[in-house]
Design a protein around this ligand. Structure first.
Ligand code: AMP
Length: 285
């Protein structure tokens, strides 16, 4: 695997691959890699010739300084994992490379409702920062495909919107959420869970399944409220439980009126904030 920290280096390398008509796929990450990330690498390899992964803990998408500081960083271990999975190129720039002084990288897209609900409500500015870094990385790498995980449902919905608004020709592919045996969605944040909270956390997925089996027969508001209470009773602190349209993120009242429906949960497990989601109807691709 080639590891680049500078833009000129990776651009040179990708230029020659492009000249040889190689299809390039890109998987952006913030590191502390786990099998969920590796499933994205695998999906990339199935669709393209050259797999590029980036590791960059993007400061502009953290609305909480403590969260940024405590975000796990383990580059050496990540490099070994990517090598074991035959990733072709790793781009691991530092912040001055991504955001050089004098370069305007902020986007001025009107995100409307997509940015106001769920994560947007609890993490102000998060999605603007996320789109800023994804756009910057896309400008640098110019991949044919971009692979993201269903785990971050609202994130990929906003990226899909950005690609369409800006007319970026990169194709977005969504990989299913990889879970631990007990249903907990794999996440870089899971290593920060206390032993007690690690025991409790799978209750999130259990409740997503509960939502799936009841959303057609119960009032959606009552059902969401019931799940909030279930999570709190189990020892988590639920931030939201919402059943939304899978494209517009509007609250679902009558399931029959929607092609895609997604149940989304955010909850604190002690000091760690977890998010997860499940398609109740339709799917992401
Ligand atoms: P992150 O490093 O958390 O920013 O995640 C990088 C990419 O990996 C994002 O597109 C995530 O949605 C995806 N991802 C994270 N966890 C999982 C998982 N458990 N299964 C599948 N994809 C995931």
């Amino acid at each position: 695997m080639q590891v680049f920290t500078r833009i000129d280096q990776i651009r040179n390398s990708l230029h020659s691959h492009r000249e040889n008509n190689k299809r390039i796929t890109f998987i952006p990450t913030m590191g502390a890699l786990h099998d969920g990330h590796m499933s994205l690498i695998r999906m990339g390899q199935q669709n393209a010739d050259i797999t590029v992964c980036s590791i960059f803990v993007n400061p502009t998408q953290f609305n909480n300084a403590k969260d940024l500081q405590s975000y796990p960083r383990m580059l050496e271990k990540d490099v070994k994992m990517l090598e074991a999975f035959h990733c072709d190129i790793l781009f691991a720039p530092d912040a001055s490379e991504v955001y050089p002084e004098g370069l305007e990288t902020r986007l001025h897209l009107k995100l409307g409702k997509l940015d106001q609900v769920m994560e947007g409500q609890f993490r102000p500015g998060h999605f603007e920062g996320m789109l800023q870094v994804v756009k910057r990385l896309l400008d640098i790498i110019q991949p044919d495909d971009l692979i993201m995980g269903q785990k971050d449902f609202q994130q990929f919905t906003l990226v899909r919107f950005m690609l369409s608004e800006l007319g970026i020709p990169t194709k977005l592919l969504i990989a299913p959420t990889l879970r631990e045996k007990d249903g907990l969605a794999m996440s870089s944040r899971n290593i920060r869970l206390s032993a007690e909270m690690r025991e409790v956390a799978p209750v999130i997925f259990k409740n997503l399944e509960y939502l799936k089996s009841h959303f057609e027969s119960m009032d959606v508001c009552d059902l969401s409220q019931e799940v909030m209470e279930n999570l709190d009773r189990a020892g988590l602190k639920a931030e939201y439980v919402e059943i939304v349209d899978g494209d517009l993120l509007e609250l679902v009242e009558n399931p029959e009126n929607h092609r895609n429906i997604v149940a989304c949960i955010a909850a604190w497990a002690g000091e760690v904030r977890l998010i997860d989601n499940l398609y109740l109807k339709g799917g992401p691709n």
